[in-house]
Design a protein around this ligand. Structure first.
Ligand code: DGP
Length: 115
């Protein structure tokens, strides 16, 4: 846990969130500023600042983020209609919170392909 990380505090329950899933490796909660009817952030429970901080031993954890995303998409009823998974990295990628997170967006047709 990083003491000055907002997502670490959410994972620990020190800051409230609308949690939709948690297991030993990851936590998922609704984005405070949703960009789509379903907008959920899936985050590793251990503090990893960004994609650049991943090491080979994190590969199973990163794969788990995706299988949890698929599970939550089913729970949310958007698995068939479709959804978008996004990881922003660094200033040009638009990363605002430096705790690795996978955005799960759905419930509407996404307007932009990229950029
Ligand atoms: P990114 O730009 O990829 O770093 O996305 C960060 C997201 O985190 C952004 O969509 C808003 C969300 N967010 C920031 N602070 C909080 C918070 O305190 N609670 C929740 N639920 N979401 C937050």
């Amino acid at each position: 846990m990083s003491n000055d990380c907002i997502f670490c505090k959410i994972i620990a329950g020190e800051i409230p969130s609308t949690q939709v899933y948690q297991d030993e490796q990851v936590t998922a909660f609704r984005d405070i500023n949703p960009a789509a009817p379903t907008h959920i952030l899936i985050v590793p429970n251990k503090h990893i600042a960004s994609v650049n901080d991943l090491v080979p031993k994190d590969e199973i954890l990163v794969g788990h983020l995706f299988t949890v995303a698929r599970k939550i998409a089913t729970q949310e009823g958007i698995a068939t209609s479709g959804y978008r998974l996004i990881i922003n990295h660094g200033p040009d990628g638009g990363q605002e919170v430096y705790h690795l997170h996978l955005h799960l967006l759905g419930g509407q047709k996404m307007r932009h392909k990229m950029g």
